[in-house]
Ligand binder design. Structure first.
Ligand SMILES: Nc1nc2c(ncn2[C@@H]2O[C@H](COP(=O)(O)OP(=O)(O)O)[C@@H](O)[C@H]2O)c(=O)[nH]1
Ligand SMILES: [Mg+2]
Length: 245
C-alpha cells in the first residue's frame, strides 16, 4: 500500500539508446514533481549512451555488463533509495511525462503498483505483432490469475518498494515483467492502470526477440500455475481487492 510518496527512484535500463535516452531523462528530471533520483542501468552500450548519461548532472549511472532486461532492472532496484520505484524504458517509446499521474494514482488508490497501459492509445503506435502477442499474453494472465489488466507487457510501472522487496524475481530477461505481475497477484497486491500514449521508436533497434521472449513469458506463466493453490489464492485476492481499483 502506498499512502505517501517520499522519494521516487526512476530506474531505466539502456542498451544502445544514444538517440533516445537524453530526451527521456530530461523530461523526467524536469517534469517529475516528487523528490527523485534517476538511475540509468546500462549494459555496456557502444553507441555513446554512457557518455550522454555521464554528461547529465542529474543521473546516476550503473553499468550492468550481464545481458538481460530483467537483470538490469533488478540491479537498478537494488541500488534505489526511494520508497517508490518507477521502471521505464530508455527507448523513447513511453510517454514519460505521464509519470506524475501514475504516482498520484498510486496514492489516491493506496495500491502497490500502477501500470501505464498503451492499449487505449488513439495513435495505435504499437506494431501489430507486438499488439497481438501482448493481447494473448494479457488475456491468459487475466484469466489464470484473476486480474483485469489490459497491458501486461508495459514496462512503465510505479511499484512500492515494500512489495518489490517482498517477492523474489528470477527471470533475467523480458519475462521479468510478467513474473513480477504473477508474484504480485499471488501476494494480493492491488494493481491498477492509467491510460498512456505510445510512440514508435525513432532511433536504434528493439532488443526484444519475439519468439524467444514469447516462449519465456508463457513458460513463466504456466510455471506459476504449478502450485495448486495459486488459482484459489488469486481468486480470494480478487474478491478482496475488486472494489478498490
Ligand atoms: N542494461 C540493459 N538494458 C537493456 C537490455 N536489453 C534491453 N534493454 C533496454 O530495455 C529497454 C526495453 O528494451 P526494448 O529493446 O525497447 O524492448 P521492447 O520495448 O520490448 O521492444 C530499452 O531501454 C533497452 O535499451 C540489456 O540486456 N541490458
Ligand atoms: Mg521498447
Amino acid at each position: 500500500m502506498t499512502s505517501k510518496v517520499e522519494m521516487v527512484s526512476v530506474v531505466i535500463p539502456t542498451l544502445n539508446e544514444a538517440g533516445n535516452i537524453l530526451e527521456a531523462v530530461t523530461t523526467i528530471h524536469n517534469d517529475l514533481a516528487y523528490p527523485k533520483e534517476i538511475i540509468v542501468v546500462d549494459g555496456n552500450s557502444t553507441d555513446g549512451t554512457i557518455e550522454i548519461v555521464k554528461d547529465t548532472d542529474f543521473c546516476r549511472l550503473i553499468i550492468e555488463p550481464r545481458r538481460g532486461y530483467g537483470l538490469a532492472l533488478k540491479t537498478g532496484m537494488k541500488n534505489a533509495k526511494g520508497n517508490i520505484i518507477v521502471m521505464v524504458d530508455g527507448d523513447g517509446t513511453y510517454e514519460v511525462k505521464h509519470i506524475n499521474r501514475m504516482l498520484d494514482k498510486m496514492v489516491e488508490k493506496d495500491v502497490d503498483m500502477v501500470l501505464a497501459t498503451r492499449m487505449y492509445d488513439p495513435n495505435k503506435a504499437m506494431g501489430f505483432m507486438n499488439f497481438l502477442g501482448n493481447k494473448v499474453i494479457t488475456w491468459c494472465f487475466d484469466f489464470f490469475y484473476s486480474q483485469f489488466l489490459s497491458d501486461t507487457q508495459s514496462g512503465f510501472r510505479a511499484i512500492s518498494r515494500e512489495a518489490i522487496d517482498n517477492v523474489e524475481l528470477n527471470e533475467g530477461d523480458m519475462a521479468y515483467a510478467t513474473e513480477m505481475l504473477i508474484k504480485f497477484a499471488k501476494e494480493g497486491y492491488n494493481m491498477v492502470e492509467i491510460p498512456t500514449t505510445y510512440k514508435a521508436r525513432k532511433y536504434g533497434k528493439p532488443k526484444l526477440r519475439r519468439f524467444k521472449s514469447g516462449i519465456e513469458i508463457f513458460s513463466t506463466m504456466f510455471r506459476g500455475l504449478l502450485d495448486a493453490d495459486t488459482i484459489r489464492q488469486c481468486q480470494e485476492n480478487w474478491k478482496k481487492n475488486r472494489f478498490k481499483r
